[in-house]
Design a protein. Structure first.
Length: 155
């Protein structure tokens, strides 16, 4: 894949350093090959999103979700089951630990999470503070200056 040079954009933008760094890191090949667990990201409203992860076999107490500084981290670690005299001829259900990180945009907050039918649903909402929303700035016109040539003094 080609490397994209973002340096021309730095001249005409302010405060997008993190965005360009993220775009640059996306262009790099993923050496970890992390594809487990599979997940979906969907938009559920104007400012609402949902991440759904397939975590079959994990219970609520084996999964931890943490949001810190625009990074959402989901970790899963299964407690090893005792064999109880069972012998597996084939073990195809993944039971390995995982850690998945998602970069969140500014002002995106986790609203809640739910584990249902082997899917972990994490609901996100963008809450932009009022002072950060665009606002219209009125332009004040300068008051007209009246020239006074002669002033009459009244005693």
């Amino acid at each position: 894949m080609r490397h994209v040079d973002f340096s021309p954009l730095y001249r005409s933008t302010v405060g997008f350093d993190r965005l360009f760094t993220m775009l640059d890191s996306l262009a790099q090949p993923d050496n970890s090959g992390q594809s487990y667990p599979p997940y979906n990201i969907e938009r559920t409203g104007d400012d609402a999103y949902r991440i759904s992860m397939a975590v079959a076999g994990f219970s609520e107490d084996e999964i931890s979700i943490e949001a810190h500084r625009n990074v959402l981290t989901v970790k899963g670690e299964r407690v090893e089951e005792q064999a109880d005299g069972r012998e597996f001829l084939h073990r195809g259900i993944a039971a390995r630990a995982f850690e998945r990180r998602f970069q969140l945009a500014d002002h995106v907050e986790v609203e809640g999470a739910e584990l249902k039918n082997g899917l972990l649903h994490i609901d996100l909402k963008r809450n932009v503070p009022e002072e950060m929303k665009p606002r219209r700035i009125e332009i004040a016109s300068a008051p007209a200056r009246a020239k006074q040539i002669e002033a009459k003094a009244t005693h």
